[in-house]
Design a protein around this ligand. Structure first.
Ligand code: GDG
Length: 465
């Protein structure tokens, strides 16, 4: 079997399955794939140095090697905080109003991709397969090709692909996408993002697309573009549910609700997650039903994220103001309707909180997939499952069609969905949950990695095996 080389912005090795640590599914999936095949996980160390040297820090872990490089402060500012998180992230989440087009950001992004390629290419051996993760590295494949790397190289995009009309506002978009065509396989979270990509390639590059194979041809370049919806690590997550920590967290939250129905949201504090809109929907609900303070408790867990970026400082201030105002208007002397918790928890604790909540409120304005929706489903008690309310604009909505699907911009619709969920009879909750759970269980992150890698190693000139 060929070795695997994974490239991602940060390298975060899972400490073993079932550990109640802070790792997400991606760390577990990458560690599992690397453990199985052997190889290298390459990325930024998270450290800054005065002068970039390209010096690699190599460590041997669990059957594979991690290789990390340090970056200069201005690299981090321009490539990471700049182009990745102030240009591509907002644009790809349809927030053209927040996207900043600074020349320095673009130059820093190109420079860091070049530096990464320079450091990485000497490590690549003849039969290695290279798997690049996410929007930080759209041109990395092309840079590796420039070094003569002929190995199979794939890219998986964890975030949405924007509509053509928005993408064309990005300076040099043609060059960026042309560079992507040097990957052998490009994976998207959903058919919708895939279709947006194909539309762009046809319209802006005159590409020919073979819908059956997913082959996209522009001149003599060709790549396979396909949807590979990511999942959670089902076995790892279910094992968390067996822990004492999960049981105690469930009791702690459940016991504190004073017989109110608990609704929960768990999101990085990001403007794409639709948090202020969620409070607006609750406002509608509380204004249109008497005595709601005695019936519903909403718990929003929102660990801070990307705090160096202004739009993230703003969303935090907005949310603090809105929850404060809401609680001021709707609390009683002994009851507060929204608990807004601005910090992270361990994954086993999260499992317990999900299980204590009879409603999972997952209403991003735009999301590549959204794994919280899948974790909420997995954590439910099969005999008394809660109801998932899910935004139509999350990639997960293509798979989780038995959730209550809502438009997160329509506060009235979200409020009605919460009310429906509060009244939903057990039989309907069970019927919906069983279908949702089957999807979460049967398409997990280990299958996702296997599917992507088998598409990547497939030689397109040979029939599929
Ligand atoms: C990107 C795409 C795509 C959250 N709070 C805590 C915590 N979390 C964990 C969740 C979940 C993960 O973080 C969040 O995953 P999401 O999928 O919701 O969102 P992004 O971070 O935006 O991820 C997204 C994903 O990549 C994978 O491809 O689904 O669309 O945007 O696992 O549980 N984990 C811990 N404490 C917390 O307080 N430990």
């Amino acid at each position: 079997m060929s070795r695997l080389i994974v490239v991602s912005n940060r390298v975060s090795v899972a400490k073993g399955r079932g550990a109640a640590g802070a790792q997400g599914g991606l760390a577990v999936a990458m560690s599992a794939a690397l453990h199985k095949r052997g190889g290298i996980w390459f990325g930024w160390s998270g450290n800054e140095v005065e002068q970039f040297t390209g010096q690699l820090t190599m460590e041997r872990v669990d059957g594979f090697t991690t290789a990390t490089v340090d970056l200069e402060p201005h690299d981090v500012e321009e490539y990471y905080n700049g182009y990745a998180n102030r240009t591509l992230w907002p644009l790809f989440h349809y927030r053209i109003d927040l996207a900043e087009y600074e020349n320095e950001f673009g130059r820093g992004y190109e420079r860091v991709n070049e530096q990464f390629a320079n450091s990485l290419f000497p490590l690549i051996e003849k039969d290695d397969v290279v798997w690049v993760q996410d929007y930080h590295f759209l041109p990395l494949g092309e840079r590796l090709r420039a070094h003569g790397v002929q190995n199979r190289i794939g890219l998986f995009l964890h975030i949405p692909w924007p509509p053509t009309r928005l993408l064309v506002s990005l300076p040099h978009h043609e060059r960026l996408v042309a560079a992507m065509l040097r990957y052998d396989v490009i994976g998207f979270q959903s058919v919708e993002w895939l279709e947006s990509f194909l539309h762009y390639c046809r319209k802006e590059h005159g590409a020919e697309v073979d819908e059956d194979s997913g082959a996209v041809r522009i001149g003599n370049q060709s790549t396979i573009a396909r949807a590979f919806p990511i999942g959670i690590d089902h076995a790892e997550f279910m094992a968390l549910g067996e822990t004492e920590i999960a049981r105690r967290s469930q009791q702690r939250l459940g016991g504190s609700a004073r017989k109110r129905t608990i609704a929960i949201g768990v999101d990085r504090l990001d403007y794409s997650k639709g948090l202020p809109e969620r409070i607006d929907a609750l406002e509608r609900l509380f204004s249109s039903h008497d005595d709601m303070v005695n019936q519903l408790l909403f718990v929003q867990i929102a660990p801070p994220s990307r705090e160096d970026v202004r739009s993230y400082q703003q969303i935090r201030a907005t949310l603090e103001q809105k929850t404060g105002q809401f609680n001021g208007a709707h609390s009683d002397v002994d009851l507060v309707p929204i608990r807004y918790v601005n910090r992270g928890f361990g994954r086993a604790e999260l499992f317990g909180f999900y299980r204590a909540a009879k409603i999972g409120l997952v209403t991003p304005l735009r999301d590549g997939m959204n794994l919280v929706a899948k974790e909420y489903v997995a954590a439910q008690d099969p005999e008394d499952p809660g109801v998932l309310i899910l935004s139509r604009f999350a990639g997960a909505a293509e798979q989780l069609t038995d959730a209550l699907l809502v438009n997160p911009h329509d506060g009235g619709e979200v409020a009605r969905a919460i009310w429906t969920a509060m009244q939903m009879p057990l039989a309907e909750r069970k019927a919906r949950w069983e279908k949702l759970y089957a999807v979460v269980r049967d398409a997990d992150v280990i299958d996702w990695a296997d599917d992507f890698l088998s598409a990547l190693v497939q030689d397109p000139t040979q029939p599929e095996t």
